[in-house]
Design a protein around this ligand. Sequence first.
Ligand code: SAM
Length: 283
Amino acid sequence: MKRTKSFDNTHPVLYLISTPIGNLSEFNSRALDIVSQMDIIAAEDTRNSGQLINHFGMKKEMFSLREHNEKEASERLIKLIKEGKKVAYMSDAGYPGISDPGYLLVKAAIENDIAVSVINGASAFISALVASGLPTDHFYFYGFLPAKENEAKTILVEMKNRQETIIFYEAPHRIEKTIHLLQEVFGNREVVIARELTKINEEYIRGHLDELINIDFSTLKGEMVVILQGNDKEQEIDEKQIEERLKFFLDKGLSKKDAIEIVSEEYKINKNLIYKLAVSQKS
Ligand code: SAM
């Protein structure tokens, strides 16, 4: 067991700073205060973060820590912190470690008895989730799906029974493929695309996957988060009920066609769907 206090000066501290996801005014006064106290600002993109702090009238020694050098750069940073340098890490947008580098650095800090303290700010998926209108009590953040379609599909199929709201990050050049894949795997679930959050073109597109596959995808530019409805338990119970009802009529000697007709009428559900259930029941 390890206990570290962030404010009592018994341990050196690594600061993780959340940066704006599009609107510079979301870089808050605490973040500015911490940056001003640091000797070194480590960043995913030193030019980008250098410009950010420059915008607020500060200039700092920058240190590059990217996905491709995260392990070695983390070790070097830990050494610098142990030598007494004050260090903060920031990624390009939002929180370090969320679909961004940071995890290995935090792990190395903890292993070296360095306290880790977070300066809060924007996170794309939290903003998208809370405004989505989909349940927020339980959620599953996945982040970016793999680029290869068959790998993405395997992952999505494994998610099919998740009841929590599901969150993906996506890029504009892949959104069309992803929405089609979601519709193929999940059917006609509710979906929300939260686009260009905190920027002038901020937009929420709320609908069902059957509608979304027909959207003009050229209008979906910029950065976006995709929020998908979880597996609705009531639907599962209905399916069971329908299967039992079908069995009831079939056991009574009705033809499959007649049983499907009656159940479709009773539950006001499309005959094709009932037909599929009847087939799966048989197998
Ligand atoms: N670390 C970031 C965070 O805490 O949200 C995420 C970085 S990840 C490399 C970038 C992805 O975050 C984008 O492709 C997009 O899915 C999402 N994102 C970032 N900024 C966004 C914005 N302003 N609006 C919508 N999505 C955004």
